[in-house]
Design a protein around this ligand. Structure first.
Ligand code: IPE
Ligand code: IPE
Ligand code: MG
Length: 247
């Protein structure tokens, strides 16, 4: 049976979103791609606000992948400008709403002024406990895993860690997402059925929801729909239905 109301206890703790389709949205409206990204910022604002109101603990947004550096310089430049605009205009409101801002990815590749704004935002909001807004920038899941492997190998070499001491928990602690729970729900907009190098380790048991809506059209109602469907899912983690039902 489909329940139309959200059950607070059954909401995901961590939602991750691949915000895709800005370019197609712009094309559909006979606009330049960058206008799609601009409109996408409004969708970010609305989704962040809605997640905070619902009491979601972590929201991870895929804003720019390591592979997106392959795009035309003009689009990259415009995206970086929009990012600065977003941080500058939103940080006070995010802080007021008790949201902690965090970024994951190869941040050193970002332009210095963008990096500085992110660091300032991080410092300003680091004691907030309402929600973590985790933004993936210059992010690649494979890079993240390699980075963790390198860190761990270094520790083994320095005798700070033994080979038998390496387990999933230790590994997770060396990822950019250290300290955060794995996503319960992964949303991708614009109908694309792939993960595009996003959170490869962390989504092992994440529920996946794909909608045809393009990111700039993704509103509060779309998020509600995704959450309603999430609540109908049966997460088995390898157990049988009978085992799950008997609690
Ligand atoms: C997502 O929208 C935003 C980024 C990847 C930065 P796209 O720019 O990928 O939009 P489409 O996929 O071309 O429609
Ligand atoms: C994934 O979207 C990255 C972000 C949403 C930031 P892309 O548009 O870059 O993904 P592909 O290239 O279509 O897989
Ligand atoms: Mg795309």
């Amino acid at each position: 049976m489909h329940s139309e109301t959200l059950i607070k206890e059954k909401l995901p703790k961590h939602i991750a979103i691949i915000m895709d389709g800005n370019g197609r949205w712009a094309k559909n409206h006979s606009l330049k791609r960058i206008m799609g990204h601009k409109k996408g910022m409004d969708a970010v604002r609305e989704v962040v606000k809605t997640c905070r109101e619902l009491g979601i603990k972590v929201l991870t947004l895929y804003a720019f992948s390591a592979e997106n550096w392959r795009r035309p310089q003009s689009e990259i430049k415009a995206l970086m400008s929009l990012l600065k605009l977003y941080i500058r205009s939103e940080i006070s409101q995010l802080h007021k709403n008790n949201i902690k801002v965090n970024a994951i990815g190869d941040l050193q590749k970002l332009p210095k002024d963008v990096l500085k704004l992110i660091k300032d935002g991080f410092d300003k909001t680091k004691n907030n406990r309402g929600m973590v807004l985790n933004v993936a920038l210059s992010y690649s899941g494979r890079d993240e895993i390699l980075h963790a492997v390198t860190q761990i190998a270094g520790k083994v070499k320095a005798n700070e860690l033994t080979l038998s001491g390496i387990d999933e928990k230790i590994f997770s602690q060396h990822l950019y997402t250290a300290g955060l729970p794995d996503p319960d729900l992964l949303i991708r907009t614009s109908g694309e059925l792939r993960v595009s190098n996003f959170l490869l380790w962390q989504i092992a048991y994440t529920e996946i929801y794909v909608t045809d809506a393009l990111w700039p059209d993704f509103k509060k109602e779309n998020l509600h729909k995704a959450l309603l469907e999430y609540q109908q899912r049966k997460r088995r983690f390898g157990f049988t239905d009978e085992q799950i039902n008997s609690g």
